[in-house]
Design a protein around this ligand. Structure first.
Ligand code: SAM
Length: 218
């Protein structure tokens, strides 16, 4: 996709920074970053900061995540063409757009609890003609059983513990990625195996807005 010239340098600089910091190492994720430009998902008032490595405010006191966090989470999730993916916490829709690019012929279901953000994300995804993302209004802490099982589940809000329904909706050999903790969270990558749930990776010192809902923070 041709990205407007005024954003191209800023995007190149951001990618260069993420590569040098080892927050972006996978060429497919880099291509997704180039094809799903972050400025299409940032409120107009903050467009000048779209390619800063910073979270930015969206509506309802929520945030579009920091690019370095999105690149790391996307790399850990190891998305393959054709997979069925569930995202909890659509926010602006940027992470959903990146997943939609990587999943190709597959599908992304993304759940958001604020109607205003569902509308915002749908509009942003429509601008890029993205058709394989379904943004759904609801409580993502209970998952979305209708389209389960999922090959990948990504939670983009802080959980005190991984909601059980999400583990139940994960395919065998599927991966689930979530920030887990209270004030500060660890990014935890889990895999469902025939012998149960195993932890693949764990990295501390992340800060996300909380996951609310039935199996989230009350
Ligand atoms: N992935 C988003 C993006 O690319 O812009 C950023 C997500 S933001 C850090 C976390 C989102 O999780 C917020 O939009 C918040 O409203 C949502 N959220 C929190 N609890 C939720 C729940 N139980 N169900 C659905 N969405 C929830």
């Amino acid at each position: 996709m041709e990205i407007e010239k005024k954003y191209q340098t800023a995007l190149n600089d951001l990618i260069c920074y993420l590569r040098n910091s080892r927050l972006l190492t996978d060429v497919h994720v880099e291509t997704a970053f180039r094809n799903i430009p972050r400025h299409e998902f940032v409120p107009k008032s903050d467009l000048a900061y779209a390619y800063y490595n910073e979270p930015l405010p969206i509506m309802k006191n929520q945030t579009i995540s920091q690019p370095g966090v999105v690149s790391r989470m996307t790399e850990w999730l190891d998305v393959k063409n054709g997979q069925n993916i569930l995202e909890i916490g659509t926010g602006s829709g940027w992470q959903s757009g990146i997943l939609s690019y990587l999943v190709g012929t597959g599908t992304v279901y993304s759940i958001e609890r604020h109607p205003e953000l569902v509308k915002f994300a749908k509009e942003n995804l429509k601008k890029l003609k993205i058709e394989n993302v379904h943004v759904i209004l609801g409580d993502g802490s209970i998952g979305y059983p209708k389209s389960a099982p999922y090959d990948r589940i990504i939670i983009t809000a802080a959980c005190t513990e991984v909601p059980l329904p999400l583990l139940e909706q994960l395919n065998e050999n599927g991966l689930l990625l979530a920030p887990v903790g209270n004030t500060s969270q660890s990014l935890i990558l889990l895999q469902k195996t025939s012998k149960g749930i195993i932890e693949i990776k764990n990295q501390p010192n992340y800060v996300f807005v909380p996951l609310l809902g039935k199996f989230g923070k009350k």
